[in-house]
Design a protein around this ligand. Structure first.
Ligand code: WT7
Length: 659
């Protein structure tokens, strides 16, 4: 089911000859090779198509030295200007920017709440909010704030208002717990938090403001919490002097308020986004403005072939990087009409998404393997009869897409005829780097592949020594800097060097296993480190272990990801209890809940296996690889570094008893 080195359909090629940009692999590779001869010229040609207040002096500067890079140095621009002013001043002012659906429906499944915002509406809202944020909250360029909001139009409006002022924001996914939120607020030292009273998820009211209050219990430096009334709950707790309603903040700001967008240096941080790594707390990935917007512009054109007639829908949550890049900044910069949906994909019925596709005539759908597998599970009856004829491009993101899921989506949603790729990238890369490019030059599809790197992207697969390998599993690396790349880790430049640029000197290390096939297509197989992808969401097993050992009953823990037919991977925890504590079903429940509370529901272990010791090397390193093999019932391979063989036998037995 999941993709591995052995079962890739390398040879299966699907040519879409009638596609206007259809091309052969050799021509694409030639073009790609040419783009790498002079990446500065290549990217400067893309950047020229943005509106700059001041042109750059230098395309690329290593500053202070590699691996720190600055793009379009000397140039000034504004992401909010690109996303709204540019359109509000043209014929697009009356074009729909966002079509938003809330989750609740009537008894026949029609949405009870729909909001449609034109580019002019968006322009007004962004300006008014920017004004209020500057004049009433006193926020200025370079300040940091945290955003903890659900999928409502106010979220992109707020991000654009902050970008207009040069205020650096950190969006925290609304499914994260109070503890996870607190960690991120502290790391970013945000003085202001933006949130909502509550939102709908699978028919339930999720009360967000209470989570913020909980998170802020131990934090003194937060001065203001701005609360949007999404539900209009009467009993939302408000702290006197600290908390303020969003509508009150805006109440006396005139409709026609204009805030001149700050002229932002290209390398000024647009945002921080926290993501999980191998060890330690989540890292604050810092993105610049000029390079980032340039990569988004390129990929909106090349990967999505965006046209003014399109209705675009990226089904991600803005709390993750996909939403930042491909719901907020990318599509709005291109003047796209896009769909935004608040709730669960299968609520109230498993065809909720297909009704949305039909209702608005979605033409470009960007979604995830885990969503596709969920819909596959519900069966063909839920897709049969729905009209997918408007869809002309499909793409997937977040984790490898197994060929079965690819084929199912291509058959039903793509009617066996549209370009459908699996776009590889990560929080750190800012935007898509490896993907089919139907807007530029479309090479044959292969079910499950990521395809060739985009022009200007020097991606490769290398062995342990950093030498290129083909037809064999290796590590994915990027050999040249690209616009949109992370600038650093917030407050921790050394960690930036160590995590991404130390494994193979001079190359960006992605942390993924991949294969390059005989055509040069790249197939990312999954993470090569202690990171797992649960329903496409990135989690560090280390974070789950830390949460577990903070429970009074737990002495030690090792968490591994195991394949799951729908969610891709799920965490399973091996737990050593403190002496005197007895394992029980109650304790299993309690520990699972404990992790939910510490991180969020997505991190909850699917299983907890109690053992008396963990398999370790002689130097004391936990051998998670062996535990994973136990769970997957695979041969163990080399166990010579194992200190105590009985630890593995015990883990095996404990797991078998559980199953
Ligand atoms: C990791 C990054 C990029 C936005 C969402 C994820 C995996 C992502 C693919 C794909 C195979 C993929 C990788 C990567 N990944 N897209 N199309 N095929 N794997 O961003 O949360 O930072 O996760 O997601 O393992 O390293 P992220």
């Amino acid at each position: 089911m999941s993709i591995s080195e052995e079962n890739l359909p390398y040879k299966e090629k699907i040519e879409l000859k009638s596609w206007p940009n259809s091309t052969d692999i050799d021509s694409y590779r030639k073009m790609h090779g040419k783009s790498l001869e002079n990446i500065e010229e290549h990217w400067a040609n893309v950047a020229k198509e943005l509106d700059w207040f001041k042109p750059w002096d230098k395309v690329l500067v290593a500053d202070p030295q590699p691996p720190f890079y600055k793009w379009f140095v000397g140039g000034k621009l504004n992401a909010s200007y690109l996303a709204v002013d540019r359109h509000a001043n043209t014929w697009r002012r009356n074009k729909l920017a966002i079509i938003w659906e809330g989750e609740p429906t009537d008894s026949s499944g029609n949405p009870l709440e729909v909001r449609k915002l034109t580019y002019y509406d968006l322009y007004r809202e962004v300006n008014r909010l920017a004004y209020a944020i500057r004049s009433k909250l006193g926020l200025r360029k370079g300040d940091t704030v945290t955003i903890y909001l659900p999928m409502i139009p106010e979220l992109p409006i707020l991000m654009l208002a902050l970008a207009r002022l040069g205020v650096i924001f950190s969006v925290v996914f609304s499914g994260f717990s109070a503890q996870a939120l607190a960690d991120r607020v502290m790391d970013a030292k945000s003085k202001v938090i933006f949130t909502a009273d509550a939102f709908w998820r699978r028919g339930k009211v999720v009360r967000l403001k209470e989570v913020v209050d909980e998170a802020l219990k131990g934090i003194q430096f937060v001065e203001k919490v701005v609360v949007f009334r999404r539900m209009g709950l009467k009993d939302t707790p408000m702290v006197n002097g600290r908390d303020i309603w969003w509508d009150e903040l805006l109440s006396d700001v005139p409709m026609n308020t204009y805030v001149k967008p700050e002229e932002i240096e290209s390398e000024h941080p647009l945002y921080i986004l926290y993501t999980s790594g191998t060890t330690g707390k989540p890292k604050g990935i810092v993105h610049d403005t000029g390079g980032y917007m340039t990569l988004l512009h390129a990929t909106m054109k090349w990967v999505f072939d965006i046209k003014d007639t399109d209705v675009y829908w990226c089904t991600a949550d803005i709390g993750w990087v996909t939403g930042h890049s491909y719901i907020v900044f990318g599509p709005l910069m291109e003047g796209v009409t896009e769909v935004m949906y608040e709730g669960a994909p299968d609520y109230p019925t498993p065809d909720r998404w297909w009704r949305i596709v039909e209702r608005y005539g979605v033409t470009i759908l960007y979604t995830s393997p885990t969503a596709i597998r969920t819909f596959m599970r519900y069966g063909d009856d839920w897709v049969k009869g729905h009209d997918f004829s408007t869809i002309r491009i499909l793409h997937s993101v977040g984790e490898p897409i197994n060929p079965e899921a690819w084929k199912w989506a291509w058959k039903w949603l793509g009617r066996g005829s549209v370009p459908f790729g699996s776009t590889w990238w990560m929080t750190e890369t800012g935007g898509i780097l490896i993907s089919h490019a139907p807007g530029l030059a479309l090479i044959p599809l292969k079910p499950g592949t990521n395809g060739l790197p985009l022009p200007g992207i020097d991606a490769d697969v290398v062995d342990d020594e950093g030498k290129p390998v083909q037809g064999k599993r290796g590590y994915l690396v990027i050999k040249k800097p690209w616009p949109g790349m992370l600038m650093t880790i917030w407050g921790d430049p050394n960690r930036y060097i160590q995590v991404y640029w130390s494994r193979f000197p001079g190359m960006y290390y992605a942390g993924d296993w991949a294969i390059k096939d005989e055509d040069g297509y790249i197939w990312v197989l999954g993470r090569a480190d202690e990171v797992i992808k649960v329903s496409g969401h990135r989690l560090g097993t280390y974070e789950i272990e830390s949460a577990l050992v903070s429970h009074k009953a737990v002495a030690e823990s090792a968490v591994v990801g195991v394949p799951d037919p729908v969610r891709g991977e799920v965490p399973v925890a091996f737990v050593v209890l403190k002496s005197g504590v007895n394992p029980s079903q109650e304790l299993v429940k309690e520990l699972r809940n404990w992790v939910r509370t510490a991180i969020g529901p997505i991190a909850e272990p699917a299983n907890i296996v109690f053992v008396s010791k963990l398999p370790k090397t002689r130097s004391g390193k936990i051998m998670r690889r062996l535990l994973k093999q136990v769970l997957m019932k695979q041969p163990l391979g080399d166990t010579t570094t194992l200190e105590d063989e009985t630890s593995i036998d015990e883990a095996k037995k404990a797991y078998e008893e559980l199953a």
